[in-house]
Ligand binder design. Structure first.
Ligand SMILES: Cc1ncc(COP(=O)(O)O)c(C=O)c1O
Length: 519
């Protein structure tokens, strides 16, 4: 070590005093004048949110929003202070009751995780620390590196693989496409742009999430560069059609470069044949990416993991801890097999982000070298707490449990003559409908009725041209009783709606739902 880089000590004290009323401190600080008062208020806020979670079953999943609640957030910029207690009161009265309700066991819409009290508390600690995980030498980065190592372990990736916590799978898939673009065109694409290179072509199935097309768009390739390959009856990518599409593009002089397989499609929860895709990608020298937004974490469940066979051969995997991982929003992740390529896709050496061998600017590379974000929150802490406190085994059991509930719901649908299953149930998503004339209209209304009743909150999608009631069971709090309540309510609303189509309005069925909800 040169003399200039040796650590030199001087005498120093850490007991800095506050100087009341002295210029800039502390009167101008945003810290409270009375910490005891703040502490009491903080405890009330903590109690309220813990009460919310403890008693969530007693609440409706969702409820229509009164205008008074919206009006609270249409005010002009406040110039003067308000008390924390008053803001807390507004939160309890106008925000908390009118969120989408995905913490509730009756929430089955879209693909939303339920969160946990452990994750919530970790988020509070992270906010208190206010760490910026762009980089620098700090243990919060070691926490993120620990999470990255756990992810490598989950997917059987080598120590040279890189990973990054991001907002969600949309951005994770985008990063996957950008790294694949570097693999195909070299890091020079960052300077020259895609127009200078070969015409790259990507492939995914008709069941893929829209963020794959968005990623291709944002990466400058143009959505026309994405081939939408048809699905089989099991909603998996049609492997033969994929091979044919690649062959056609090659014959046309285009440059196939990327296949995105799905581990859990958004509509039906189907898992593509990842081994077959891996084989094609190896043979054709294409990048093999997996969008495992929620399904990839099925690797934690020993009964489900074999169905993801082939994922361990991916070049990159996008997934979310905030879905099946139950980490509070947001906590997406991108894992890339070739960490150097990942680094070379994003790293830039700005003088103000200089790296050093010691002190705070040490510890390169930093997370900001692996993605488009510089400033980043401490998402790793709530993820670390969740995995550490519950353990991977327990999280895997929750994932298996939601799939068993989906099978139970499937059975209920199959046992009930007025209901019809619309797609195979591969994981935790069940698409079904109430049989009737004008079925799309009736089922669309049933879903709105369910949501407005507060009993259950599925969403809708379209399966083979039919509007489906889509229940995605992601939440660790959901149990058989919640499935029963959903089924009873669908039948009751369905029957009331179809009766009202044919006879005069009879609200007795709708009224009887009160008792379902109370039970
Ligand atoms: C299969 C799939 N891919 C991608 C996404 C997008 O993930 P995010 O909302 O975390 O950006 C979703 C969201 O539900 C999804 O289900």
């Amino acid at each position: 070590m040169s003399a200039a880089s040796e650590t030199i000590s001087i005498e120093s004290g850490f007991n800095r005093q506050n100087f009341p009323g002295d210029g800039l401190t502390p009167r101008d600080s945003l810290d409270p004048a009375d910490w005891g008062h703040l502490r009491a208020q903080a405890h009330r806020m903590l109690d309220d949110i813990l009460d919310y979670t403890e008693h969530i079953r007693e609440r409706p999943v969702w409820q229509p929003i009164p205008q008074s609640a919206r009006d609270q957030f249409r005010q002009s910029l406040p110039q003067k202070p308000a008390s924390l207690a008053a803001a807390h009161h507004t939160f309890m009265r106008d925000i908390l009751p009118y969120s989408v309700g995905n913490a509730h066991p009756g929430f089955m819409g879209w693909v939303h995780g339920g969160g946990t009290p452990v994750g919530m508390l970790a988020e509070m600690l992270a906010a208190g620390l206010n760490a910026n995980l762009a980089g620098r030498d700090q243990v919060p980065l070691e926490v993120e590196r620990q999470v990255v190592q756990w992810v490598r372990e989950i997917f059987g990736f080598p120590a040279t693989a890189s990973g990054l916590l991001v907002a969600g799978s949309s951005i994770a898939n985008f990063i996957g496409v950008l790294v694949a673009r570097t693999a195909a065109l070299g890091a020079g694409v960052r300077r020259q742009g895609v127009a200078a290179g070969k015409r790259l072509i990507a492939y995914t199935s008709a069941g893929a999430h829209g963020c794959i097309a968005q990623a291709i768009d944002l990466s400058g390739l143009g959505i026309d560069a994405l081939r939408i390959v048809p699905m089989t009856a099991r909603h998996q990518i049609d492997i033969q059609a994929l091979e044919e599409a690649i062959a056609i593009d090659k014959r046309a002089g285009l440059a196939p470069f990327f296949i995105a397989g799905s581990a859990g499609t958004v509509d039906a929860g189907a898992i593509d044949n990842l081994t077959a895709i891996a084989d094609i990608a190896r043979r054709e020298h294409l990048w093999f990416h997996v969008d495992g937004a929620y399904g990839a974490l099925a690797m934690l469940a020993p009964d489900l993991a074999p169905r993801l066979a082939g994922i361990e051969r991916a070049d990159s995997i996008a997934f979310d801890f905030h879905k099946w991982g139950q980490v509070p929003y947001d906590a997406g992740f991108i894992l890339v097999r070739d960490g150097t390529l990942h680094h070379d896709t994003f790293a830039a050496r700005a003088a103000y982000l200089g790296r050093e061998a010691r002190a705070m600017a040490a510890g390169s590379p930093w997370p900001c070298d692996f993605g488009p974000d510089q400033s980043r929150g401490f998402r790793a802490l709530k993820t670390w707490f969740t995995i550490k406190v519950y353990g991977a085994e327990k999280l895997g059991e929750v994932i298996s449990g939601t799939c068993r509930l989906a099978q139970y719901l499937k059975q209920c649908v199959e046992n009930e003559p007025s209901l019809e299953l619309l797609a195979p149930v591969a994981l935790n998503i069940v698409c079904f409908r109430y049989r009737s004339q004008n079925a799309d209209d009736v089922n669309r209304n049933i879903v709105a009725d369910l949501q407005e009743s507060g009993i259950a909150a599925p969403s809708t999608t379209t399966v083979n041209g039919c509007l489906a009631i889509r229940a995605a069971i992601v939440n660790h709090r959901t149990n058989r009783g919640d499935i029963d309540a959903l089924i009873q309510a669908v039948i009751a609303f369905g029957s009331a709606r179809t009766n009202s189509q044919t006879s005069s309005q009879d609200n007795s069925e709708l009224n009887s739902l009160e008792s379902v909800y109370q039970s």
